[in-house]
Write a protein that binds this ligand. Structure first.
Ligand SMILES: Cc1cc2nc3c(=O)[nH]c(=O)nc-3n(C[C@H](O)[C@H](O)[C@H](O)COP(=O)(O)OP(=O)(O)OC[C@H]3O[C@@H](n4cnc5c(N)ncnc54)[C@H](O)[C@@H]3O)c2cc1C
Length: 234
């Protein structure tokens, strides 16, 4: 079971690390029971079967606010293309590595051969299928050469004295970035519902699966109820 301080490696150079968490099933139970001033507090407070029933009730009925009294802080390393999708999740907080203040990370995402895929069908109903091995190798080579060329141009611009904030314009969205992401369980479930799902881009799905592992370990009853009631955030 992954916990605070653990790192789950994702893609070829990425990871999700749980930097800190103040997140328990009890936070949900107490968020609801404060209505009756019947909270469970103190070092021996534990979630029992009745509490788990309450969590299931809250999830099923969409009583969402008790799921907000907690916080996960993740440290993430992913390609900018993935970060771009991730940062659409407004109900959370981000701070990202600055390419104005420091140089870029010299790591670029190259999909494994099995993940070089083609897109079949219409918008809204795409299927993704693997390409043949020869095309996969060619695509990997092309990406690698392009990344190298982009990196060389980036270095050239820096050596010419061009500011980092302008030199970065040549960098592709396959380059890795790092950020901190702080989020409560309600918004986290929305992220997981949308991104650890069939319709999500395969790469962000790998990250969302790692995030879900941390969530399930920290808040097992809440996660179980989330799964039971259709993987939808309340
Ligand atoms: C498969 C997939 C394809 C996508 N394709 C595109 C695309 O082509 N183009 C594109 O631009 N985006 C796209 N997105 C991004 C998507 O539209 C959302 O911006 C993103 O998933 C964040 O979801 P969210 O708004 O629910 O999350 P959050 O921003 O975290 O919001 C959480 C919840 O808060 C509420 N909320 C937040 N802000 C508002 C608001 N302003 N008004 C009312 N309620 C609010 C909503 O209930 C929302 O679900 C795609 C997402 C997925 C999963």
């Amino acid at each position: 079971m992954p916990s605070v301080g653990d790192t789950i490696e994702v893609l070829d150079h990425g990871f999700v690390r749980l930097d800190a968490a103040e997140a328990t099933d009890l936070s949900v139970v107490n968020g609801a029971r404060v209505s009756f001033l019947q909270m469970k507090q103190g070092p021996d407070a534990e979630v029992d079967a009745k509490d788990e029933g309450l969590i299931r009730f809250l999830m099923r009925e969409g009583h969402a606010s008790p799921f907000e009294h907690n916080l996960f802080r993740f440290h993430v390393r992913c390609p900018i293309a993935v970060a771009r999708e991730w940062m659409r999740h407004r109900w959370s907080s981000f701070n990202e590595h600055s390419l104005r203040y420091s140089a870029a990370i010299d790591d670029f995402y190259i999909p494994s051969a099995g993940q070089v895929r083609t897109q079949v069908g219409k918008p809204g109903a795409y299927r993704f299928e693997p390409v043949d091995p020869e095309t996969a190798t060619r695509a990997q080579d092309l990406l690698g050469k392009h990344y190298q060329e982009a990196w060389n141009r980036y270095q050239e611009l820096l050596e010419m004295g061009v500011a980092r904030e302008l030199a970065r314009l040549v960098l592709p969205v396959g380059i890795y970035t790092e950020f901190y992401w702080s989020v409560n369980a309600r918004a986290l479930m929305n992220f997981i519902a949308l991104r650890n799902a069939d319709q999500a881009m395969w790469e962000i799905r790998q990250y969302a699966a790692a995030v879900e592992d941390f969530f399930a370990a920290a808040m097992p009853a809440t996660h179980a109820a989330f799964v039971e009631f259709g993987r939808r955030a309340p």
